[in-house]
Design a protein around this ligand. Sequence first.
Ligand code: COA
Length: 259
Amino acid sequence: MSYQFLTFVVVDRIATITVNRPDKLNALNDATIAELGVAIDEARTRDDVAGVLLTGAGRAFVAGADISELESQSPLEATRRSRAGQLIFRRYETSPKPTIAVLNGFTLGGGCELAMACHLRIASESAKLGQPEVKLGIVPGYGGTQRLPRLIGRGAALRLLLTGEMIGAAEAFRLGLVDQVVAPDALLETATQIMRAMIANAPLALAGCIEALDRGAELPMDEGCAIEADQFGLLSSTSDMREGMRAFLEKRPPVFTGR
Ligand code: COA
């Protein structure tokens, strides 16, 4: 697949998707969002990819939706733009292969929303996060009003949404918006190590955790637990389950095949 606004590189079963419009701080124009959709589908379907790192070129992860495109949108165009982006970001959230947002700099607006759609967020000490949409007279349109309170709680979410303030990585960590903060030169290596640890596990078990959490998180406890039990049962049909348990009992590392 070839991309205009992204790079897509696979090394050792890890796909690194890099948003690559550094002169515009990787602002998400519609074409870039569409390419993000193609890229996650490429990662999801390729057998040589087990996990995804998503980052930005230059001094931003993503500094938001491209304001030059939003400026003249009609209400109908805006609604369509929002729905199209939401569906693409969901592809990251529901990916059966783990996704990590690697936050190398400005992570604002649609950038923060994209990061929240990934399974984990690892931030450089220099990253700056926020949802500044209210300063432009809009609300977040790519899931921010929904994912932010689920991730950091209603009060902290409302603070960020209503002030539009930019916070540093340490504050984002304190709020639970990012999972780890590291020095800029250790960022990619740290994210890669975390991804390696994840993809060393049984792929269908990873997918089962992601699906149970995604489908069950907003349900009453009993319904969520029923989804978990289904996954637990389904995974007992896999040869990877037998391999994982046999390897433990034989005191050797498992060799998983994804079957
Ligand atoms: N949409 C379109 N262009 C953007 C952009 C966005 N969201 N964010 C940055 N850019 C562009 C700037 O217009 C500028 O382009 P130019 O060189 O052609 O003028 C370039 O990226 C560099 O940005 P600049 O503002 O000069 O850098 P800075 O270091 O002074 O400020 C930010 C960095 C992130 C604080 C500032 O760019 C900003 O506030 N961006 C918008 C953030 C935002 O509101 N996002 C939500 C959008 S819904």
